[in-house]
Write a protein that binds this ligand. Structure first.
Ligand code: PLP
Length: 386
């Protein structure tokens, strides 16, 4: 049979993953409330979700989505450059640009697609990309597609980034300097101000991925909200699928850069626009984010309470990693937490570097104080027993 080699290939690859305890499987998980999930017949309090503000279920957000769906249908029907650019996009892009302090914004199908399309639209083979080692897989995918010279600096190490720029900048045409605002698996924040300065010294373009910053740091405006009068980070990417609670990705930039992306980002040009209901939901959620500062502060407050209780370094974002090093240990710890009624997912390589497997706890405005206190107690027992 012609498919024998395909079957064998899949079987052997899976056996390798099994042997390394790195095989992943889909588990049916229903979100039964803003911070509760039902999985394998158990109701769990979730510290695993990126819906930091519970907005995916907020009545105003849901109502906006339903209304838009009834008015404009469930799908956009075509790419945005054809007929898929329905009227709800304009408001959403204006809101994003306003929040990030840029002239314009462009919404993509997802954050992954935004990175995959934006990087190759701006840099190519003659260019240099200098990137933090812990940046998200989709930023690396974008760089690989661009075919640029890739130089990786040690995590949050501005001196190392400077060294790489000194060594490599001159022999390239353009240069992109890339970081995350809030690091997705570590929860720490980048020194955006220092990187912006460094970029300007070397005529490099700073690009920040703020997937985990918007809505939960900087009073909701994210990692690199710029004080009025100061120049913003020129390329600010992010997602509408985490604290915003909906789906989609965005890049905030100047009017001309946005117009260029409309023309050259392949993941923008050759894909269908987002469903109207999704765009309306994101817009309604951003209205809440800019008007309810208390809500945007709560996830970080809860994360700090947790790190303080356990004597861990103070949380810089609603993401708190509990480092357990090996895949075996994180799997066992995650199982123990599930038995105690908590959903905390084990994160293993290749999502994180070898030897840094961890539990990743995310805190939400929807958690009750008592949920956090009980998680801390359960986590302490685990830390004392490893
Ligand atoms: C989640 C995430 C993305 C991808 O965003 P999606 O909208 O989920 O595709 C990109 N970058 C970072 C840092 C992320 O955490």
């Amino acid at each position: 049979m012609t498919q024998d080699s395909l079957q064998r290939f899949a079987r052997e690859k899976l056996a390798r993953l099994d042997a390394d305890r790195l095989r992943r499987e889909l588990l049916t998980t229903d979100r039964t409330g803003p911070a509760t999930h039902r999985r394998s017949g158990s109701d769990l309090i979730s510290f695993a979700c990126n819906d930091y503000l519970g907005l995916s279920r907020h009545p105003d957000v849901v109502a906006a989505s339903v209304k838009a769906t009834q008015r404009l249908g469930v799908g956009a029907g075509a790419s945005r450059l054809v007929t898929g650019n329905h009227s709800l996009y304009e408001r959403l892009e204006r809101q994003l640009a306003e929040i990030k302090g840029t002239e314009a914004a462009v919404v993509f199908g997802s954050g992954y697609l935004a990175n995959l399309g934006t990087i190759p639209a701006l840099v190519g083979k003659r260019d240099l990309v200098v990137i933090d080692e812990l940046c998200h897989a989709c930023l690396y995918s974008g760089v690989r597609l661009a075919g640029s010279d890739l130089q990786i600096f040690r995590h949050n190490n501005v001196d190392h980034a400077a060294e790489l720029l000194q060594q490599n900048r001159e022999s390239h045409r353009f240069c992109l300097l890339v970081t995350e605002g809030v690091f997705s698996m570590d929860g720490d924040r980048a020194p955006v101000g220092s990187l912006l300065e460094l970029a300007s010294e070397h005529d490099a373009w700073l690009m920040t991925d703020d997937a985990h910053g918007l809505g939960v740091v900087g009073d909701g405006r994210g990692s690199n909200a710029t004080p009025p009068g100061e120049l913003p980070v020129p390329l600010q990417m992010g997602t509408l699928s985490k604290a915003v609670g909906a789906y989609g990705g965005y890049v905030c930039a100047s009017r001309e850069v946005v117009a260029l992306l409309h023309n050259r980002a392949r993941s923008f040009v050759y894909t269908t626009g987002l469903p109207p209901g999704t765009v309306a939901a994101a817009s309604a959620a951003l209205d809440i984010i800019v008007s309810d500062v208390q809500l945007t502060r709560r996830p970080l407050e809860l994360a700090r309470r947790f790190t303080e209780t356990l004597g861990l370094p103070e949380a810089e974002s609603p993401i708190v990693p509990i480092m357990l090093e090996t895949a075996d240990r994180v799997l066992a710890a995650s199982k123990r937490l599930a038995d105690a009624g908590f959903l905390v997912v084990p994160i293993r390589p290749p999502t994180v570097p070898e030897g840094t497997a961890r539990l990743r706890c995310t805190f939400s405005a929807a958690h009750r104080d008592d949920d956090v206190a009980r998680l801390a107690t359960a986590m302490r027992a685990i830390l004392e027993s490893v």
